[in-house]
Ligand binder design. Structure first.
Ligand code: THU
Length: 166
């Protein structure tokens, strides 16, 4: 038996003012996207903004449903919208933030497991990593270059390839 350690890297900025201008702008777009959120059940409104390789920004917000699992997270709304509108354009980065109606979000909003898997698929489809920028209403900003930092040991397309039976 041997133990293998996987190294991940997360950048931390004390506040969003330390980000480069285009990243601050993307985060502001994610904040704006919250306006479109429909979250009457969780009262947790999430916004995401996707930057495409042509500079276009596509926004998304969480859309809930009385049948809870029928809702969708902000990140997947934004990415699926971006890829259906511009299937050939690469996703460069995604910014995520959220506001709760009941408390102040003080730590960065990190994508759920299902959204991480969708970001992973988007990376492998375009053969290029995606930068992920995360923030709450207040506090630090976290950023990673590539989903492997949030989803180590992920399930990938290669695992679907069957080796031929004899
Ligand atoms: N949610 C997102 O939209 N993105 C995340 O990264 C975390 C969770 C949504 C799903 C649901 O509408 C609400 O936040 C509470 O989980």
């Amino acid at each position: 038996m041997k133990i293998r350690n996987i190294n991940i890297q997360i950048e931390e900025y004390d506040h969003s003012g330390l980000l480069k201008k285009p990243e601050l702008h993307l985060l502001e777009q994610a904040q704006q996207a919250i306006e479109g959120s429909y979250a009457p059940y969780s009262e947790f409104r999430v916004g995401a903004a996707v930057l495409l390789e042509n500079g276009e920004i596509v926004k998304g917000s969480n859309q809930e449903n009385a049948a809870y699992p029928s809702g969708l997270c902000a990140e997947r709304v934004a990415i699926f919208h971006a890829k259906s509108k511009y299937p050939d354009l690469k996703v460069k980065s995604i910014a995520i933030t959220a506001i709760s109606d009941n408390f102040v979000t003080k730590s960065p909003i990190t994508p759920c497991g299902a959204c991480r898997q969708v970001i992973a698929e988007t990376e492998s489809r375009q053969n290029e990593k995606i930068r992920i920028i995360m923030k709450g209403q207040e506090g630090i900003v976290q950023a990673v270059n590539g989903i492997e930092n949030l989803l180590p040991f992920m399930f990938k397309e290669e695992q679907l390839k069957k080796s031929k039976r004899k």
